[in-house]
Design a protein around this ligand. Structure first.
Ligand code: HEM
Length: 482
């Protein structure tokens, strides 16, 4: 151990602490327990020479996320296997390459509608389609029982895809659904520690079973990459004049590739990088918002009085219409419910892995260059010092005393903070609000009669997902959704 390395468990020779982290418990919970023994910054080794730092609690997490020397990403086999064996895309690149690509991606997505009311109309069209689906499923039996497994994802991705690829997918499109299922599987089988063990490629080739243990499932991405490549080719074919205004993100990126090819021989804007970036956007954007919506319905089934209060507010402010972004500031209780669900059930309990780009300090400890950091967002969103009763579902905690305004606590950070903060936050902020508030305005959600309440316990992998569930979705007569 280097001098002033953070305190932590020793583990065993060669494997380090790895065997003790594979006991079936979600890693973010194991890390919180380690913090009870070793403090908010705990250091250990995974494998013979890979330092691994677990960062827990508001002070350590925020210091780590604001330290630019800790903003790198590892180059492990899982990450490389996703993108043709190279470090590409925006989510897992770093340094100047990442800065340039992230800046361009964010600017283009904003211009195309990320976080803007210009895509509200399209979003509401998707929501109406989803409401239709739920209504029809409910009508098919006398108790209005609906299966909520996988029901939101196509609608959520359609909004993202309208901006990125300009197309709309049908709910019944089996090929597209299969792609989304593959993404979900990647997130479910992933383990945030194991994925970071530097396993030599020859070992993975000699022992194929090691690939699934470490989560190196490149085949999972091949169908998605083929789909993206085909979409990019279609864009190239159907673009009429070069001076045209780009129709979507792919057009804008292809324009940049062409322009840079003429003037800059060492450009980072390439065809492969476009495919990897679009892959990052779909993987980052499909199952996260989907699970946030699913968990919200689950919490409202568990807390019917919260659901009733939310509906009262929605009815009072929106009348018979569906909610809109313009009315949002008059719906503080609704927003508080969404914030409380995101706090209680963190979709990303730990950030994507960070890497120390050089020797640096964290809470006075030395973090050696090359260390991998697991930064525990869940420990901030459920910190007892901040929230007093973190295990109670209490939306009111996000409101001022007369319940008329949202009061944002600086430790409410489901999207992270700092320069690596979630790139999809502006889109999610609006779509999560419009989806959940519209569904709660239109339906009364409750457990299936005679059956136990569906579980709130997440299915944990790289991210936390809701377990597929069935519930009653009874149409409310007050709302004219269709
Ligand atoms: C409920 C929804 C979401 C949550 C809770 C969430 C959370 C997060 C978190 C915690 C990070 C990691 C920050 C870090 O490593 O320090 C992240 C990164 C990222 N997210 Fe999200 N996210 C959500 C939705 C989305 C959406 C809709 C998209 C796509 C449009 C997206 C794309 C990304 C990307 C590309 C990154 C990597 C950014 C980078 O490394 O520069 N996310 N997200």
């Amino acid at each position: 151990r280097p001098r002033n390395f953070p305190p932590g468990p020793r583990g065993v020779p060669i494997l380090g602490y790895l065997p003790f982290l594979s006991n079936g418990e979600p890693v973010y919970r194991t890390m919180k327990k380690l913090a009870n023994t070793y403090g908010p910054v705990a250091g250990f080794y995974v494998g013979p020479n890979q330092p691994f730092i677990s960062v827990v609690g508001p002070q350590a997490v925020k210091e780590a996320l604001h330290n630019d020397d800790l903003n790198g990403r590892p180059s492990n086999s899982v990450i490389l296997a996703r993108t043709f064996g190279e470090k590409l895309g925006v989510a897992f690149t770093d340094g100047e390459f990442w800065r340039e690509q992230r800046r361009f991606t964010m600017r283009q997505l904003r211009e195309m509608g990320f976080g803007k009311s210009s895509i509200e109309y399209q979003t509401m069209e998707e929501i109406r389609d989803l409401i239709d689906e739920i209504r029809n499923q409910g009508k098919s039996n006398e108790d209005y029982i609906v299966d909520f497994k996988g029901i939101f994802v196509v609608s959520v991705v359609n909004i993202l895809w309208a901006i990125v690829g300009g197309e709309r997918f049908q709910r019944s499109d089996a090929k597209f659904k299969r792609l989304l299922e593959d993404i979900d599987l990647f997130f479910r089988v992933g383990n945030p520690v194991r994925a970071n063990v530097p396993v030599p490629v020859f070992l993975l080739q000699m022992f194929p079973r090691l690939r699934s243990y470490f989560g190196v499932e490149s085949d999972m991405f091949e169908p998605l990459q083929t789909f993206i490549k085909e979409t990019v080719e279609q864009h190239e074919r159907s673009r009429s004049v070069e001076a045209d205004i780009p129709r979507d993100f792919i057009d804008a990126y292809l324009d940049e590739v062409k322009q840079q090819a003429v003037k800059n021989s060492s450009t980072t804007f390439t065809y492969k990088q476009l495919v990897a970036t679009v892959q990052d956007l779909i993987t980052g954007g499909s199952e996260t918002t989907t699970n946030a919506i699913g968990f919200t319905l689950l919490y409202l089934i568990h807390y019917p009085e919260v659901q009733r209060k939310m509906q009262e507010e929605l009815d009072q402010v929106c009348g018979t219409a569906l909610p809109s972004l313009a009315l949002r500031s008059s719906l503080p209780y609704t927003d508080a419910v969404l914030m409380e669900v995101q706090r209680m059930n963190t979709i990303a309990p730990v950030t994507a892995p960070h890497r120390a780009m050089k020797d640096t300090q964290l809470l006075g400890y030395t973090i050696p260059k090359g260390s991998i950091l697991s930064i525990n967002i869940d420990s901030v969103l459920n910190d007892a010092g901040t929230w007093k009763d973190p295990h109670c579902f209490r939306p009111e905690r996000h409101l001022n005393v007369d319940m008329t305004k949202i009061v944002k606590n600086e430790n409410h950070i489901p999207f992270g903070v700092g320069k690596r903060m979630c790139l999809g936050e502006p889109l999610t902020r609006n779509s999560y609000f419009l989806f959940t508030s519209s569904l709660v305005k239109t339906f009364e959600f409750s457990a299936v009669p005679g059956q136990p309440l569906p579980t709130l316990e997440p299915v944990v992998g790289f991210t936390s997902a809701y377990d597929g569930f069935k519930a009653v979705a009874k149409p409310r007569t007050i709302t004219q959704a269709l």
